[in-house]
Design a protein around this ligand. Structure first.
Ligand code: ARG
Length: 565
């Protein structure tokens, strides 16, 4: 039963306006006490030569309630419709209970392919907190698109190519310590890489040696390739440790190196189309008409660059996946880069480039500097996750010393807390990292939502088997009804999140749902003595439906639930 459609039909009959127009006009009132749907009468005023207030009043008098809509009230120029609460509750709660984790899913994606490129850390460089932002966003977006019926491919565009690998190979040959690398690969590789730069200031020939090594790597010389492969494998092993903690996975780890042999074709195409011009010896695509700097395709020394690899990657993705959308979850700092490569692709006449989109995000700031770091200023992601888990364990040990599976719960809650933080606000906003906010069990946090879920599950466990009921006529108080109407909002939250590439719509939705659930919990006793059986049953049904939706919504954010907390 689609109440919105149904109401629109009734309004159309009532006032004679075509259904389509009515559907466009109806609104959701700002407050529950103003009803479930509102029809503004202002646009009728001219044709009917009457004040909107009068029209609303007359329509309300003409309207007669039915099984689904109890009544219509005129307030100002609006006609407010009130659903039959018991009927509506029955519909929604039963739909949730029947569909279970499928509730909220839709087929709007129609199986179209959406590529979500995210995380994409750099080999032999720290997997740092900025990468957590893209990882959290991308992981969530991928799940949201899947939920809406798209065929999603998760891509990790590893930064595994470039002249820096010549430097790293050079550094390794001079100072590489396999034992230390065995223990802490990225930490150690970073150390010798930093040392390379320090030494190269005193001894510039090192740069030449590094260039030679990179040249040899590009030419496929055995030793360089072996070392590069070793760095890549070791780094990937560390990245995967973090991905396991987060429950993140990828369909492809084709990084920049994968595209290095696919660049000549790009250069050729651009040259054939007459798009390449000469600038200080480099080959560029001029983008002056768009008021942005030219996109460099080939450097003066013939070396190719980041942008060219990205263009080759997009072409490859088009050919391999024939995507509907190709989303890049990358920080705002690279906005110009994406603007440039998308423009070049469009100039090349590739109409599929319209499906490419840069989903940008802000910075992460640390006001309290209380993070423990192993490596100077860089905040390693793994350290943040571990610290969050251990802080959560402290809190739980203090609050609930008797809990049996504290470690397991702390992992899910501690990691959930971090992910939530990145999905809490519109992604373009900077994030101020604060343990207090993140782990505030009563605030706007993952632990708060996870706790609400656990609370619901504990009620259901205590109640034993719940009987499905069809009688919701005794559970129509404002607190109960507000909760039920929120359940029906899950569809819109997921769809909006995909439309704007903003998981925070789902985050805000589930947080509000948890908040309303806690209000309901306080004002609507369930297992107390003296509660009539039918009330108890109906409320238990509502609780079960709420738990189902909280779990699904948290899943879309990449956050796990716990059964007790
Ligand atoms: N590796 C890059 C970084 O860490 C991000 C890669 C973004 N993706 C792309 N297709 N350029 O900054």
């Amino acid at each position: 039963m689609n109440y919105k459609e149904y109401t629109a039909n009734r309004i159309s009959e009532l006032c004679g306006l075509p259904l389509e127009e009515v559907s466009k006009l109806i609104e959701t009132p700002p407050e529950q006490k103003l009803g479930d749907l509102a029809f503004p009468c202002f646009s009728l005023a001219k044709a009917m030569r009457k004040a909107p207030q009068i029209i609303a009043k007359e329509l309300s008098e003409k309207f007669s309630g039915d099984r689904y809509i109890e009544n219509a009230e005129a307030v100002g120029g609006y006609l407010n419709f009130f659903y039959n609460r018991a009927e509506f509750t029955k519909d929604i709660v039963n739909e949730v209970l029947e569909k279970g984790e499928d509730y909220g899913k839709s087929s709007m994606g129609g199986g179209k392919t959406v590529l979500v490129e995210y995380s994409s850390p750099n080999i032999a460089k720290p997997f740092h907190i900025g990468h957590l932002f893209t990882t959290a966003l991308g992981h969530s977006l991928a799940r949201i698109y899947e939920f809406l019926g798209y065929d999603v491919k998760r891509l990790n565009h590893l930064g595994d190519w470039g002249t820096q690998f010549g430097k790293l190979i050079c550094a390794y040959k001079l100072w590489g310590d396999d034992e230390a690398i065995e223990k802490d690969a990225i930490g150690e590789l970073l150390k010798i890489y930093v040392k390379f730069h320090e030494e190269a200031e005193k001894n510039p020939e090192l740069e030449d040696t590094a260039r030679e090594h990179f040249k040899r790597l590009e030419d496929g010389e055995e030793e360089e390739v072996r070392l590069w492969q070793k760095f890549r494998d070791l780094s990937l092993k560390e990245f995967k440790r973090v991905y396991d903690m987060l429950g993140v996975d990828f369909d492809s780890y084709n990084g920049e190196s994968f595209y290095s042999d696919k660049m000549p074709e790009v250069v050729e195409i651009l040259r054939d189309k007459g798009l390449l011009t000469e600038s200080d010896g480099a080959k560029v695509v001029d983008l002056a008409e768009l008021n942005i700097p030219p996109c460099i395709i080939l450097k003066s020394d013939g070396a190719t660059i980041y942008a060219t690899r990205d263009i080759a990657a997009a072409l490859y993705r088009h050919r391999t996946y024939d995507f509907y959308k190709n989303i890049y979850v990358v920080g705002t700092a690279q906005a110009l880069h994406f603007q440039q490569i998308f423009s070049v692709m469009k100039k090349a006449g590739w109409d599929w480039a319209e499906g490419c989109e840069h989903v940008n995000f802000g910075l992460v700031k640390f006001p309290d500097k209380k993070l423990s770091t192993r490596h100077g200023d860089v905040v390693f992601l793994e350290d943040v996750l571990n610290e969050s888990v251990s802080k959560t364990l402290d809190i739980i040990t203090k609050n609930t010393p008797q809990m049996e599976n504290k470690e397991e719960v702390s992992k899910k809650v501690g990691i959930g807390a971090v992910l939530y933080t990145f999905l809490k606000n519109s992604r373009e906003k900077d994030i101020v990292f604060s343990w207090d906010t993140m782990l505030d069990f009563d605030g706007e946090s993952a632990p708060y939502v996870q706790y609400s879920y656990a609370r619901g599950r504990s009620i259901l466990r205590r109640a034993g088997d719940t009987e499905k009921t069809a009688d919701f006529s005794s559970v129509t108080s404002d607190e109960e009804y507000a909760l039920v109407t929120m359940l029906s909002g899950f569809y819109d939250a997921a769809a909006l999140a995909a439309e704007k590439n903003e998981p925070f719509y789902v985050n805000r939705y589930v947080t509000n749902l948890a908040r309303q659930f806690n209000k309901f919990y306080v004002s609507c006793p369930i297992l107390k003595d003296g509660i009539p059986e039918e009330v108890k049953n109906a409320r238990l049904n509502i609780v079960e439906a709420v738990c189902t939706v909280i779990k699904s919504a948290l899943f879309l954010l990449g956050i796990e639930t716990v059964e007790n907390m």
